[in-house]
Design a binder for this molecule. Structure first.
Ligand code: NDP
Length: 324
């Protein structure tokens, strides 16, 4: 058992975790950040994105993995200790808090949770590859919509996210088809009507994605598969039809990574960790949550980074108030 009690332990290394590590590092709190290992993705959702054009400070854009490398390097420069391990169990009943990575026990005066969320995917063949290489599949219209100017795209889902993404995409795409597996929608009436009244939006109802059709584009090391069409399967008849689309946005919901904190921390009705209004503090003093694990609304790298900063400042003040 480890005798050392860390001042700050950070779980999860996306924009929120690295920012929390940077700030607590610069505050000389010697943070230890557990960046995780497979099946978790060190670096978070940006590791499975290509170009990021909406992160301020990068006028030419930046690759998601490159941006995360920079986040990491900056945190390490200020003393963050990085552990490429998963936290597998936590006990927040008493201070110092106890965490485990397998058999290894870790003690901490404060814990910052930044385990993120994952977009749910369909699991269709080629989907993950097309997403990772910028080949036309995405789970974030705000991030990737601008790559689809004057081409036809599709959005999958029948909830508010799908409606919001579809509407947003009409700013760029020549046509947006919403693919939904039934005729009834979970989306709120107002969001649905906005799409129904948008002349650029078409509907493929009672349809699921059967497969993607791709075409090789680029040469040499830049060669990649690019989405060209989606084969749709009718939910009732099983009939296959083809929809031309260079982009496919999967909007079937997100799942926050909260299994570790089940029955320990409060979650909202959609499973996200609850923090105090406008704060990173959870109901347990000394335990903070930042980034997408507690935000189902904005879900952006920049907002996650901002909330990592909030968690770090709150942790620092908490430690100070306890004389630690
Ligand atoms: P939802 O769970 O509301 O909707 C998910 C949609 O994806 C459903 O239509 C569902 O179909 C479909 N779906 C799920 N799995 C599959 C699958 N394997 N194949 C095909 N389709 C699938 O998620 P959202 O992300 O849309 O919304 C989450 C929450 O966030 C909601 O409470 C929503 O109101 C809120 N939100 C609010 C916004 C706003 O107010 N501006 C914007 C975005 C989200 P089915 O209906 O058949 O189950």
């Amino acid at each position: 058992m480890s005798e050392q009690i860390h001042k700050v332990v950070i779980i999860g290394a996306g924009p929120a975790g690295w920012t929390a590590a940077l700030y607590t590092g610069r505050a000389n709190l010697e943070p230890v950040i557990f960046e995780g290992e497979a099946p978790n993705t060190p670096g978070g959702q940006l590791m499975i994105t290509s170009d990021v054009e909406n992160y301020p400070g990068f006028p030419e854009g930046v690759l998601g993995p490159e941006l995360m490398e920079k986040f990491k390097a900056q945190a390490v420069r200020f003393g963050a200790q990085v552990k490429s391990q998963n936290i597998t169990k936590v006990d927040f009943d008493a201070s110092p808090f106890r965490l485990w990575s397998g058999d290894e026990e870790i003690l901490a005066h404060t814990v910052i949770i930044s385990t993120g969320a994952k977009a749910k995917l369909l699991g269709t063949p080629k989907e993950a590859e097309l997403m990772a290489t910028g080949g036309g599949v995405s789970a974030c219209a705000t991030c990737d919509g601008a790559f689809f100017k004057n081409v036809e795209v599709a959005v999958v889902g029948g909830g508010d996210t799908a409606m919001e993404e579809a509407n947003f995409l009409t700013r760029y795409a020549s046509k947006v088809t919403i693919i939904h597996r039934r005729e009834e929608f979970r989306a709120s009436k107002i969001m649905l009507e906005r799409c129904q009244n948008n002349p650029k939006i078409e509907w493929a109802l009672n349809k699921t994605i059967d497969s993607y059709e791709t075409e090789k584009v680029g040469v040499g090391v830049l060669a990649k598969d690019q989405l060209k069409a989606i084969n749709l399967k009718d939910s009732n008849t099983g009939e296959i039809s083809t929809l031309a689309a260079e982009g496919c946005f999967i909007a079937i919901g997100h799942a926050p990574t909260t299994e570790l904190f089940k029955d320990i921390l409060e979650t909202d009705e959609t499973g996200y960790l609850v923090t105090q209004p406008g704060k990173a503090a959870t109901a347990i003093p000394g335990v903070f949550a930042s980034g997408d694990v507690q935000d189902h609304y904005y879900r952006q790298a920049i907002t996650a980074a901002g909330s990592g900063c909030m968690a770090a400042i709150e942790a620092e003040r908490f430690l100070e108030s306890k004389g630690l």
